[in-house]
Design a protein around this ligand. Structure first.
Ligand SMILES: C[S@@+](CC[C@H](N)C(=O)[O-])C[C@H]1O[C@@H](n2cnc3c(N)ncnc32)[C@H](O)[C@@H]1O
Length: 270
């Protein structure tokens, strides 16, 4: 087992917090547990030599490998389902019947391996029904990890991962690939646009979103980082648009202009 010195721990956790928002200042054991074997397997005698190598990689590929190892990508279809009920019953009718526009733009920020954006897509397509073809609906799905984005784009899931979905969704939106594996249909694939994006970067999006889901992502961030991101979400939403955070998360301690709708759901009001 390779142990982190206090100096290495301080340097590495500060660098990762400043550049990727992940607050690992109390996670020394986590870093050792997730990186130890990998770092020594590469032949390094200490973490700092490995970290210098990761920082010197101009393409930042090694830094992405490192971030992938330190973040938790756990997700599943229909996770925190009350959000999807609210999306179906409030957000979609607001866009459809109140705004009377036909271009829906929703962002799954921190999408992991795709279950969240594909769930949004299935609910949207079910809601639009036969009118879907006359809508220009896009679910933007972003994550900092190339590994999960590759899995999301591939869209191949086991029967067990899909077990919570209604049978008619399975028939409509998935294609059996044998060995209890299913891949997403082209309809779903064409509705979701994937992109690697670090939430700490300036937001480049020109078109405002009707809804943003950033669930179970900001648990890694401390209050100043969270505050900055929440305010960027506010600016990126259309007035009346909604922000969803994880059910176990809150915006307490953050200074923002969102209206509180109910725990974990907020609305931009001006
Ligand atoms: C636990 S998953 C959440 C997935 C999904 N939103 C859900 O609730 O099931 C958290 C995701 O946030 C991503 N993430 C962490 N820090 C990030 C950052 N700075 N920018 C973008 N994504 C980040 C991780 O790579 C991971 O895939």
């Amino acid at each position: 087992m390779l142990y982190l010195t206090d100096e290495e721990f301080k340097y590495i956790s500060t660098y990762i917090k400043d550049n990727y928002g992940l607050n690992l200042t109390k996670k020394k054991t986590l870093i050792e547990g997730r990186l130890g074997n990998y770092v020594s397997g590469l032949g390094y005698q200490n973490y700092m030599d490995y970290f210098r190598y990761a920082m010197s990689d101009k393409a930042a590929d090694e830094m992405v490998v490192l971030i992938n190892k330190l973040t938790t990508n756990h997700t599943y279809f229909l996770r925190e389902n009350e959000h999807f009920d609210f999306y179906r019953d409030t957000v979609l009718p607001w866009v459809d019947k109140t705004l009377r526009v036909r271009d829906l733009y929703v962002w799954s920020a921190g999408c992991s391996s795709g279950q969240e954006p594909y769930t949004l897509s299935m609910i949207t397509l079910n809601y639009l029904g036969a009118n879907a073809a006359s809508w220009d609906s896009t679910i933007l799905a972003s994550d900092i990890s190339d590994k999960v984005l590759a899995a999301a784009k591939e869209g191949l899931y086991s029967k067990e991962e899909l077990s919570g979905l209604p049978d008619n969704w399975l028939r409509r939106y998935f294609v059996s690939r044998g060995n209890d594996k299913y891949s997403i249909s082209d309809t779903l694939r064409n509705n979701v646009a994937f992109r690697n994006f670090n939430l700490l970067s300036p937001f480049p999006f020109k078109k405002p979103f009707h809804a943003i889901l950033c669930r179970n992502v900001m648990i890694y961030f401390d209050t100043p980082v969270k505050n900055a991101i929440i305010n960027k979400f506010y600016d990126a939403l259309l007035p009346g648009g909604y922000l969803f955070i994880g059910l176990s998360e809150s915006l307490s301690g953050c200074s923002h202009k969102f209206k509180f709708i109910k725990p974990s759901i907020y609305q931009k009001i001006d």
